[in-house]
Design a protein around this ligand. Structure first.
Ligand code: UD1
Length: 436
């Protein structure tokens, strides 16, 4: 299997540039399906496996997609299929995001689903509740879910809707569906993530009327049609946060260029609480370790609370910081798969339900560990960077879903890291479990 070989123990120093946000670009690519005329150009599109997967979903519908030098061009004028194939949805759950745009523009959408109702423990009931409230009929088949308009209806109908959980994906899917609906849709208890604001900016530039994105009430007045658009994707706050934590765990000094500090308020507050010196620049964030760090408690919450996507990386850091910490995960059940991997590095923690209790202050030891999902992968890389000696990390296909050129970026910060590609073909065959 392909592996990362990391010789840790060196403080990382220097400047790293953050790429476009994975979680912003995926719904944005899905939204381009709504553009009836012209060619959309999405700038700052990161070269990630997840981007390739959503591009493949669009291509399977007859949409022309081209990705070159962080520029994605999409021609969705002609669409020949209204289905996201099961094998691509299996690879990446965010493929479900094509459902809203397809339903809005063509009155029908089908998405492959294993078992027909949910993916793992991550349900899509809130997405479907939204479509149903707008008049769509939902049908579960053996391996798919389908939404269609009734025969006498040509457009979705605006509605008032309360989300039971502020789901990021459901907010995005319903927002996109509502852009071409008849009348006004109001989403209450909407998610407030910066990626939702980015999507709303794109939709408005296409000709939509979306107001309130970034608050918990989003109002969408339906329009008749939308055009293709040029758009610049926001920087990836999770990638930026991962590098800030890398500075902290290695006792280093890193400038994350392109990061937007108000997208990372909760992480910056928590890093400051540990004692990391944080400086917010206009278009960059700097993290520097100047004194011994101390433990903090973390509770993941919907934005602007602490992001679940930085929980694993923060756990890696807290294993090294003297004192006990408690991490409470409130967004996802069972998002502690990295615990067993961090224990291989001599991390001391135990899980009780939704809490992990960490006994900090450990000298991390090199280990052979696995990236069990995307952010767990980032956490084990961080642990390896902190551990004195040579570690090996496998399961790299998870990391490739969300980090562009991780090896190059860490090398330029002074890390001793190499990717052993010898048996990449085997690794491709082992791609199976979709993760967060
Ligand atoms: C998005 C992010 C992911 C991040 C997550 C939470 C993308 C591509 N992915 O995932 O990186 O970790 O937000 O910030 O943007 N839920 C339901 N019913 C639904 C939908 C969700 O109960 O219909 C639950 C989920 O099981 C989960 C919680 O709501 O417990 C949050 O999920 P959601 O916000 O939808 O996450 P994603 O959009 O899948």
């Amino acid at each position: 299997m392909a592996k990362l070989i990391i010789k840790g123990g060196t403080p990382l120093t220097g400047t790293v540039k953050v790429h476009g946000a994975k979680n912003a670009v995926l719904p944005i690519i899905a939204a381009t399906i709504l553009g009836q005329h012209g060619i959309s150009v999405i700038h700052e599109t990161p070269a990630l496996d997840d981007v390739a997967t959503i591009a493949a979903v669009l291509q399977s519908m007859g949409i022309r997609v081209n990705h070159q030098d962080e520029r994605l061009t999409i021609n969705a004028t002609a669409v020949t299929s209204f289905e996201a194939p099961l094998e691509l949805v299996n690879k990446m759950r965010a493929s479900i995001l094509v459902m809203g745009p397809l339903l809005a523009r063509f009155g029908r959408a089908r998405v492959g689903l294993p078992g027909g109702c949910a993916i793992g423990s991550r349900p899509i009931d809130q997405h479907l509740k939204g479509f149903e409230a707008m008049g769509a009929i939902i049908h579960f088949g053996e391996q798919y879910v389908e939404a269609v308009l009734p025969e006498n209806q040509t457009r979705l109908r605006g509605t008032r809707l309360y989300l039971d959980v502020p789901s990021v994906g459901a907010t995005e899917n319903i927002m996109m569906a509502a852009t071409l609906a008849e009348g006004t849709t109001v989403i209450e208890n909407a998610a407030r993530e910066p990626e939702i604001v980015d999507l709303s900016n794109l939709l408005n530039a296409m000709g939509a009327h979306v107001r309130g994105a970034g608050t918990d009430t989003i109002r969408i007045e339906g329009v008749r049609e939308l055009q293709a658009v040029h758009h610049h994707v926001i920087p990836d706050r999770i990638e930026a946060g991962t590098f800030l934590i890398a500075a902290a765990i290695t006792g280093g000094h890193i400038m994350v260029d392109g990061a937007i500090s108000h997208h990372l308020t909760s992480l910056l507050a928590k890093l400051r609480e540990t004692g990391v010196e944080i400086t917010e620049h206009e278009n960059a964030i700097e993290a520097k370790v100047v004194r011994p760090l101390r433990s903090v408690d973390i509770k993941t919450l919907p934005y602007p609370g602490f992001p679940t996507d930085l929980q694993a990386q923060m756990m890696a850091l807290l294993t090294t910081v003297p004192g006990d910490s408690i991490i409470t995960e409130t967004i996802f059940e069972n998002r502690f798969m990295h615990v067993a991997e961090l224990q291989k590095f001599n991390g001391k923690m135990m899980v009780e339900g939704r809490q992990a209790i960490i006994t900090g202050g450990q000298n991390l030891r090199p280990a052979q560990a696995c990236a069990t999902d995307l952010r767990a992968g980032a956490a084990v890389v961080l642990a390896a960077l902190a551990a004195n000696g040579e570690s090996e990390i496998s399961g790299l296909h998870h990391i490739d879903r969300g980090y562009v050129d991780l090896v190059g970026k860490l090398t330029r910060l002074g890390a001793n890291i190499e990717r052993d590609e010898m048996v990449k073909a085997v690794n491709v065959l082992s791609q199976s479990s979709e993760s967060i």
